[in-house]
Design a protein around this ligand. Structure first.
Ligand code: MLT
Length: 407
């Protein structure tokens, strides 16, 4: 008899965005002529930058000839991409990261989900509430979250509420935690931490031998000063933090798939016998065993985003979505709704009117307005009473959706 990992039956039967897709598909079946505007999942709509497509064509052509053909590549990424990342994302900002601290992957979702492999089950994990569902779901799958309770919280997780009362700035936990997930600019609330606010967390981690798992997938959307683009801007973070980055939201790689994780060689955690072990070494071991690397063609496409042309094209994509964010934010405000985010992030976190539940408001928006948003409760109990609008649609659809909401 084979047995399953029982943790899988404790988690909701479907992943948040799969559940939404299911409801949208059903609505479409029942209303085949409905002009549905998708502002739910943060999936980009503009095509890839030309620089990346040109690089992919060149790289694909190299695969035709035996002299330039590539088979298995290094699991942690080719040097050409790791060096470009170091130069452009870190050294240029005065951050000292080395190429062997960069692990190229197929995206931040996989890495934030897989990172739990290198941590013991006895760790106490803190997660901001609301948060990207991958953090909670993968800890639950791994057996680190305990049991789900009626309130929607897991018994072994420490929730760090982010709400209007604390201006979406998580407070330090009352009980000691070992691993802390932070995502800034935040998905789903679109809010940020200042350097001083992030320093509080880095100091906490240093004082408590904790590790911060910092998801910076949306850093390119930062427009304000004093908002850190990387946790490694904060003194001491290289001893206590791992950072996740993505080409999905910056260069439109949601389908192309490429991201990377920075695991400084100085970041360590304890073995059961009290020995300090390098997390860089463990992640390298994990990746070389379970992952065969991102495809060469895709890594060339990612590298091209750092060329002069590539940078300009990526900037244009980000600016386009941020203009959508402005339109959504201002239109929702004009419609009398209370909104957060959308200034340093492509998400607008919106309070539902009259205290309507977030799934109820999602259904109303879908059925009455043919607009897909994401119910806040899907991101955790503190998301109840909110919905999230994504700014990744086309300009035309964004304007059309906002016009529908005026009515
Ligand atoms: C989201 O909508 O929260 C994200 O697009 C999901 C993801 O990046 O996996």
């Amino acid at each position: 008899m084979a047995y399953i990992n029982d943790n899988f039956i404790k988690i909701p039967a479907t992943y948040l965005f799969s559940e939404i897709a299911k409801r949208v598909a059903q609505h479409k079946t029942e209303n085949p002529n409905a002009d549905i505007i998708r502002m739910g999942i943060g999936d980009v709509t503009l095509p890839l930058p030309d620089a990346s497509v040109d690089a992919m064509i060149t790289a694909a052509n190299e695969q035709r000839k035996s002299e330039t053909f590539r088979g298995y590549g290094p699991e942690q990424g080719y040097d050409f991409l790791r060096n470009s990342i170091v130069e452009n994302d870190f050294k240029s900002c005065g951050i000292d990261i080395e190429a062997d601290e960069i692990f190229v992957s197929d995206g931040a979702k996989s890495d934030t989900g897989n990172i739990g492999d290198i941590f013991g089950l006895q760790n106490r994990v803190a997660i901001t509430d609301p948060s990207y569902p991958v953090y909670v779901d993968t800890n639950a799958m791994g057996g680190r979250a305990g049991e789900p309770s009626a309130s929607g919280q897991w018994t072994n997780l420490v929730y760090l509420p982010c709400n209007t009362a604390n201006n979406f700035v998580p407070e330090l936990p009352y009980e000691k935690v070992d691993i802390i997930y932070l995502c800034y600019p935040n998905n789903p609330t679109g809010t940020t931490l200042t350097k001083e606010q992030l320093t509080v967390w880095v100091n906490y981690a240093r004082e408590n031998n904790a590790i911060i798992l910092f998801d910076a997938a949306y850093e390119a959307y930062i427009t304000e000063e004093n908002v850190p683009h990387s946790i490694f801007e904060i003194e001491g973070a290289k001893n206590v933090a791992i950072e996740f980055r993505s080409f999905s939201k910056t260069a439109g790689f949601t389908g192309t798939r490429c991201g990377y994780t920075v695991v400084p060689k100085s970041v360590t955690a304890l073995s059961e016998n009290g020995e300090k072990v390098s997390l860089n070494r463990l992640w390298l071991r994990r990746q070389t065993t379970k992952f065969n690397g991102t495809s060469y063609v895709v890594q060339r496409a990612a590298e091209a985003t750092y060329s002069l042309e590539g940078k300009k094209q990526v900037r244009a994509l980000v600016d386009y979505y941020m203009e959508n964010a402005r339109i959504i934010r201002e239109s929702l405000q004009a419609a009398g709704l209370t909104v957060y985010g959308g200034v340093n992030a492509p998400y607008i976190w919106t309070k539902t009117p009259d205290g309507i539940g977030s799934w109820e408001y999602f259904d109303y928006m879908l059925k009455e307005k043919n607009i897909v948003c994401t119910p806040g409760a899907g991101f955790g109990p503190a998301g109840e009473g909110f919905v999230r609008f994504s700014a990744f649609g086309s300009r035309e659809n964004t304007l059309k959706a906002m016009k529908r909401l005026e009515k």
